[in-house]
Write a protein that binds this ligand. Structure first.
Ligand SMILES: [Zn+2]
Length: 221
């Protein structure tokens, strides 16, 4: 009888341990079993928007790498369309830009990702335009919801007053069949945005905000 009671007691103990381990895993690793594709816009000969020697492609990649690290810390599997200063076009192609975008879309579409985020910077002939903004293609129904959710966080933590915007004429995003959005982190042509975008701690902040948005998206808080 004592043996039996001990057996029951230890079985119970093992069960409690397993349950709490499972809970700890979901609390500490809320993105466990989620796959996210990150796309740093431009690269190589395509610098994107620029101001003197500040190139959009470099800031995009730097933010993507920070975001990759933070998402992985939360348990996500993360893929990048590029992890260095190069574009994805096939050699000797006539339309390099088109080839680059088409390969990015193939990579994302062929993956099993649950979400993609493409990171870019905005630019305008007027230096007054500023602030982070999310763009989405409505081909995938979910995209509007994702865009609005991220824009909410950008407003709250990065103090932008911009709104999420539908845009269905972007070559890359119109081809993507997975849920996801394009985030323009700020305007390289605006002095204040440009200063912030080149700061390591601001890039970290952006990565933190987006990580939080991704978690919120999957848990719909
Ligand atoms: Zn761009």
């Amino acid at each position: 009888m004592i043996k039996y009671k001990l057996y029951v007691f230890f079985s119970f103990l093992v069960l409690v341990c397993l349950v709490s381990f499972g809970q700890a895993k979901t609390v500490k690793k809320p993105l466990y079993q989620k796959t996210i594709f990150l796309d740093a816009g431009h690269g190589g000969p395509d610098s994107g928007a620029l101001y003197r020697n500040i190139y959009e492609k470099d800031i995009n990649l730097s933010i993507v790498k920070k975001l990759e690290k933070k998402l992985k810390e939360k348990g996500a599997t993360v893929f990048l369309t590029r992890d260095g200063d190069y574009d994805l076009s096939v050699p000797y192609t006539i339309n390099r830009k088109r080839s680059d975008l088409s390969r990015r879309s193939n990579m994302i579409n062929r993956s099993l990702c649950d979400l993609y985020i493409s990171i870019h910077l905005n630019a305008d002939t007027s230096t007054t335009y500023h602030g982070a903004q999310v763009f989405y293609d409505s081909k995938v129904k979910e995209n509007k919801k994702i865009a609005e959710l991220i824009q909410e966080d950008l407003k709250q933590y990065l103090y932008t007053t911009r709104e999420a915007k539908e845009k269905n004429d972007m070559y890359l995003f119109h081809r993507l069949e997975k849920p996801g959005v394009l985030v323009e982190i700020g305007y390289i042509t605006n002095p204040n945005d440009r200063y912030l975008l080149t700061q390591d701690n601001y890039q970290d902040k952006v990565a933190n905000v987006l990580t939080n948005s991704v978690i919120r998206y999957f848990y719909r808080k």
